[in-house]
Structure formats: C-alpha cells, structure tokens
Ligand binder design. Structure first.
Ligand SMILES: [Zn+2]
Length: 600
C-alpha cells in the first residue's frame, strides 16, 4: 500500500479540535488517491506497509508511536501532518508555538532554502503554487510554529488578522509564526501544515448552525426574517470577499484549495521518495471540470417552462428541474424532460407556510411522494425553495432517511454572498458532527442565481474559471419564470453554457454528477509487491471497479527515479499531462466490475 491514514479516535485526540480529523477519509476518497486507514488498535504497527503517512490532525501519540513514526521517516518514509506537530517536533524541526482558533495562512514572503539534503530548492514549487494562488487561506483551528533549524523550509506563515486592510488586502501583512514547513529527516522527509485543514474544510462546507438570521453586510441583507443556508456562512465578509464585476462575492473556493494543498503535499512526498502513485481524476476523459444548470419551478407556469425547455434544447444540454409543490406542469412534461436526459428533482418548499409547506420532515416526505407520483419518475435530488435551512446537518438526515441521494441547497440568496459561501466547487459528503458519522447525501453546491439580473456575467465566468482550475462543478441556477421574462437573462444562460463548453466543460444533471461520484468511490487502486516466490520486485499498481465506470481517467504520477516498466503495463503508456502541479501519464479506460487492470 502507499498512503497510510492514521486513525483519529477519542483516545488520541490532542484536544477537542482533533475530532474533525476523521474527515480526511472523505478528502482522500474524493481526491481519488489510494489509501489505507491504519488499524485503530495498532496503527504504528502497520507502518511497514506504507510509504506515505498522513496524520490528519494534531494527535496525542504515545512514546512508542512517536518512536516508530520517527524511525519510519528516518528510514526514508514521507510524513504529512496536518493541524500541529503531534509531538514530532524533531522530525519537522519546529516547536509548537500555541493555539490558533481562527486565522489566515499565506505564502512565506521568502521561503527559507534548505541547506542541503534531498529537498533541493524549488522542488516544493507545486505546494507554493497553491499557497500563492489565493494569497490567504482561511483556517479554523491550528497551531503556530517556530522553526528551529535553518534546514527546515518555511513555506507559509500565519498572517496577523488585524494587519489586513481594505486598500492593500494582505500585502505587507505581519507574520505570526510559521504555518507550513517541510524538512528532511534522516533519509525521509516531512511536511507539516499546522492549520487544522480538516476542521477548516468541515467548518467552511457545513457552516454554523442556523437558528437566527445572520447580521446584514454590504450587498447581503441576510436579516430578512427567513432562516436559510447563508445565515450559516463562516467566511469573513471583509477579508474573504472580492469585488467581481462590481459586486463583492466569495470568489475563492477555499475548501477546494485546502483539499488541493493536501493532495499536492502527498504528490510532492511521492515524487521526492521516487514513488509511483496513481490517482483517479474527478471526471471522465480527463475533462477539466463539469457544469450544471438547475431550474427552480417557482410559480409553476407551464408556458414559461416550455420556453425554457426549448432554450435548453437549442443549447443541447440536459439540466436539473427542481419542481415546487403543488406543481402545475402536465405529467407529460416531466416525462418529456426525462426522455431528453434532463432530471426531475424536488424543490422542497418550507417557506410558503401553508399546510404541507413548513420546515418539517413530514412535509419533505409528503412533497417528495407527491412529485414521484405526479411525474412517475424517480426523484433523487433536491434543492430547497429560498435555500431554507435550519440547524446544522439535520436536513441531510431527513434526505438520507428518504433515500434522496443528493442535495444542491448550499448556495447564496443574496448578491453579496455569491460564489463560494460554503467554500467549494466540489461535491462533498456531509459529516454529522455529533456522532462523526458520514451522511449518505452528496452535496453539490451552486454559485449564483440568474446572471445579468442578479449577478454580473463576469461572476459566472469567474465561477467557470475557478471550477476549471480546481476540477470542480460550476453550478448555476436559472428560474423558468425569470428566463421567460427577460431576453437578457436567456442570453446570459446561453452565454455561460457556451463559455464553459469552449473551455472543455460538459454540462451534466445533478443526478449524473452524484451517480458518477458514487461510482468512482467504488474504484480500488491497489499497490502490491510481487511475492518473493515470483522474484519480488517493485510495487505493482492495479485498478478494480465495484461498478462500471466508463472513460475513467487515471493519472499515473511517476517518482523522480522512475523505473523502467514492464512492457504492456498501461502506466508506461499514455500521454503526459499536468495535474496538481506535477507531470503524470494519463490513461483513459472503461472500468468493468470484476476486471482487474494492471497499471505498472
Ligand atoms: Zn424557489
């Protein structure tokens, strides 16, 4: 095996914040990386099986664990640690400098160069690139570091929050200790991201519990008397927003960037160690990102719906129609959508307040059953009317109990919270934070409602650009009732579809996105050494699918000291592409259950 994921249990919490470390399995699974969750009873005992060890959060390790992990690195292993040193100060050449509840990390102004060793200057460029991309990453939890040795390289620092200002942003911000450090140790190497990456991702995506309106901010009158998802935003309205097309929005998918920092650290470690490592790309055919258009049927006007369907047909793409109770379209219309490859989804109404349209699980069930009966179609995804929301993840549990597989409610109701109010363009599975159980509902966030009439076109284009940059989903909502009344909005819809398409982005339904993601989660990338009886030899990578996955794109990153490969192995063929800042060979193949393919 290749990547070992260290277990996080109450027994090894360094403090209460360690609990969010469990989200690492979701991050690695979505990244498409091969990993093994180490045995919770004897994790250090399994170190001989792994080449890269991930400590997903700051942990309290016992003496034996610490000794074995130090030995592992000394002997050539790669250690990636998140959230703090976990008591391994010597390996990182860093001292713990105290707790950070909330803060920002930015690229080190002058990354200190190593005095020698395996990490020649410049090899950490792909890690620096993601740190520089956004200037400052918003962290929830973490530890400040003091670098102890000139050999350790400081890649990022904590930025003093009060040194941000409106005119110059983070330029010239005061550093408050190291945040990301790499160090050579023995024959191995270590990366420490001292921000609590997993807690940050969970907090950004899931927000804070919604019980009252959020206070108003510029271009975001959130105090509207309606409880909705964007009352739970944890991002900073001053430091985390940017002006795009004249309006302030959350323009950066911050959770995506945290995820990518972890992926890049792992790939860097593999490259430095001379390891080959495969990764299942997010989308088929190595397309850079996927787009989604969804429609909420507010008003249920059949003529408006037909006009929008005509437009979508002329664009030649399927879309997701979220239908609001009590409906109004003819049953044949739903059938027609289905025949055309579009999706009929639910637009749960917990806003109107009449009987059957309140924030109640029973009302969700009733509306869902109504739509299934009315349309005579399966209904597997949902978006809430007016993005209604209460609590933290309770609504996901309602969906899970009904077997609704995907939700798309996370998004903005106000201009000033457009973009990525929940941190990402990537789909994600929620974590029930009380029990630390994953909820089987895939969230596919959206970034805007009508372009032109609500957000400038420029915002839509930036959202497509960001999805392309991060490999995520660009998801735009267009109501039939608004498109039907405004030629400008109809043009904006056509324009954004063309903009994405010209850049290689296919447009999918929510149903297709969730189906693809679930199928790819059943792909197993497995590395094994040939048995000694067969002569032994280097790790051989194989891929196996639990369900069919057509045109799966497997990237094969080869270590610095790439070995010559056996002929016929597919890792040795394929074109070279660039992903996450590293070169990789690309293999596109149909995966079929029961068939094992050799990669190296
Ligand atoms: Zn609505």
């Amino acid at each position: 095996m290749c990547i070992g994921l260290y277990p996080v249990t109450p027994k090894n919490y360094a403090d209460f914040n360690s609990r969010w470390g469990v989200y690492a399995s979701e991050v690695l699974a979505h990244a498409g990386l091969p990993f093994k969750s180490l045995n919770a009873n004897d994790p250090a005992g399994e170190l001989p099986l792994v080449s890269i060890l991930l400590l997903p959060t700051n942990l309290r390790l016992n003496d034996t664990e610490r000794r074995l992990i130090m030995q592992f690195v000394e002997q050539g292993g790669t250690l990636i640690a998140l959230g703090g040193t976990s008591g391994l100060e010597e390996v990182f050449a860093c001292r713990d400098g105290g707790k950070v509840e909330e803060g920002w990390i930015g690229p080190s102004p002058q990354p200190r160069q190593g005095a020698g060793g395996a990490s020649a200057p410049g090899t950490a460029a792909p890690i620096m690139e993601i740190l520089r991309r956004g200037q400052a990453l918003h962290a929830f939890g973490g530890r400040r570091l003091a670098v102890l040795s000139a050999q350790a390289r400081e890649l990022a620092v904590w930025l003093a929050p009060e040194s941000w200002n409106e005119e110059r942003g983070w330029d010239g911000a005061v550093a408050e200790g190291a945040a990301v450090v790499i160090n050579d140790y023995g024959r191995g190497r270590a990366v420490l991201v001292a921000a609590d990456v997993m807690q940050s991702i969970v907090r950004l995506q899931q927000g804070r519990p919604v019980h009252v309106d959020a206070p108003p901010a510029a271009a975001a009158e959130l105090n509207d008397g309606i409880l909705k998802v964007d009352d739970g935003i944890v991002l900073d309205f001053a430091r985390d927003r940017e002006i795009i097309g004249g309006v302030p929005i959350f323009a950066r998918p911050m959770a995506d960037e945290w995820r990518e920092l972890v992926i890049r650290a792992i790939l860097w470690g593999a490259q430095e160690a001379g390891l080959d490592i495969p990764l299942l790309w997010y989308w088929p055919d190595f397309v850079p990102a996927v787009g989604q258009i969804s429609h909420d049927s507010d008003g249920n006007n059949p003529e408006m719906a037909q006009a929008l369907l005509n437009l979508m047909q002329s664009l030649g793409i399927p879309s997701t129609w979220c239908i609001q109770y009590p409906g109004g379209y003819a049953p044949e219309f739903y059938q027609r959508l289905h025949q055309l490859g579009s999706e009929v989804a639910l637009h749960f109404d917990a806003r109107s307040g009449s009987i059957g349209t309140n924030w109640l699980e029973a009302d969700l069930r009733r509306q869902w059953e109504w739509l299934r009966e009315m349309s005579n179609l399966p209904v597997i995804s949902n978006k809430n009317h007016y993005l209604r929301w209460e609590g933290l993840t309770e609504f996901f549990l309602w969906l899970e109990r009904l077997g609704i597989k995907s939700d798309q409610t996370k998004g903005p109701t106000k201009i000033g919270v457009g973009g990525y109010p929940f941190g990402g363009s990537h789909p994600w599975f929620p974590l029930e934070e009380q029990t630390l159980r994953f909820i089987d509902v895939l969230e596919v966030p959206h970034q805007t409602w009508e372009l032109v009439s609500r957000w400038p076109i420029a915002v839509g284009q930036v959202m497509v650009d960001k999805a392309l940059e991060n490999g995520g989903v660009a998801h735009f909502l267009f109501h039939p009732v608004v498109v039907g009344r405004s030629a400008a909005v109809a043009n904006a819809l056509s324009g954004i579809v063309a903009y994405g398409r010209e850049r290689g982005m296919p447009w999918w339904t929510n149903a297709a996105i969730q189906d693809w993601e679930r199928r790819r989660r059943e792909v197993r990338l497995c590395g094994e050494h040939p048995p000694l009886s067969a002569g032994g030899g280097p790790l051989v990578w194989k891929v196996e699918a639990g369900r069919e996955l057509k045109r799966a794109a497997i990237l094969f990153f080869t270590g610095k000291t790439a070995r010559s490969r056996q002929s016929g192995a597919i890792g040795a063929s394929g074109e070279w592409v660039q992903a996450f800042g590293f070169p990789a060979r690309l293999l596109v193949t149909d995966l079929v259950p029961g068939e094992v393919k050799q990669l190296s």
